[in-house]
Write a protein of this length. Sequence first.
Length: 228
Amino acid sequence: MSKKPICIIDCAVKEKSLDSYEWIKNNYNHPFDYHVPSMEGMTSLRESDAARAYIIFGSDSSVNDRLPWQVALADFMKSQCQNRIPVMGICFGHQLMADAFGGKVETSKVKRSSELKNTFLGHREIKILKDSFGFKAGESYKVFKAHSQEVTLISDEIIHLGTSDECLYDVLTHRELPYLGLQGHPEAHMEFVTRELAGLLSEREISETIAGGEKIINNFIQFVLKNH
């Protein structure tokens, strides 16, 4: 079995998502690496050992800001994916890669309330449309949500893998390359709920949604371990 690390890329601009990284790392008997290009630049990522796969976390920044670190990260990750290294994009990471592959990211046009405006907070259920990355058509998963932008247009090379009542392009994959993107937050655990979603969900909703996210992360990692 390859001992190349699975690389976690944290795109935080305020507070690092170390809790999510630690949860993933501690649940798999495999080496993991961690980089924060949004705060620390791209040098460590570029100079690190070759990765077995990449998981790109979310960010409070917008893909449309075209910040230098965002542009550099998008170019780097697209190149890695084109080299057949699996990439999973979460929330901002999902938007970053959809944009890199020729799609479009915009502020959500669905307003949830006058207070929240275009922001989605809480959890939702996504429905899988096709078989891919260990997912089966017709399956559904609960995921946490914390976003105000979403992918609104995809290129011909991208496949629409999952959807929800709130977000059309909730899950994406690539026709030829090992890429998986999700608008929700399958990596999220209690620290994320406390930080981002305090008071919005019941204990049962939190528990069920954490379980759904764990299944999604596991699908991707098992795909990597079996195929790469």
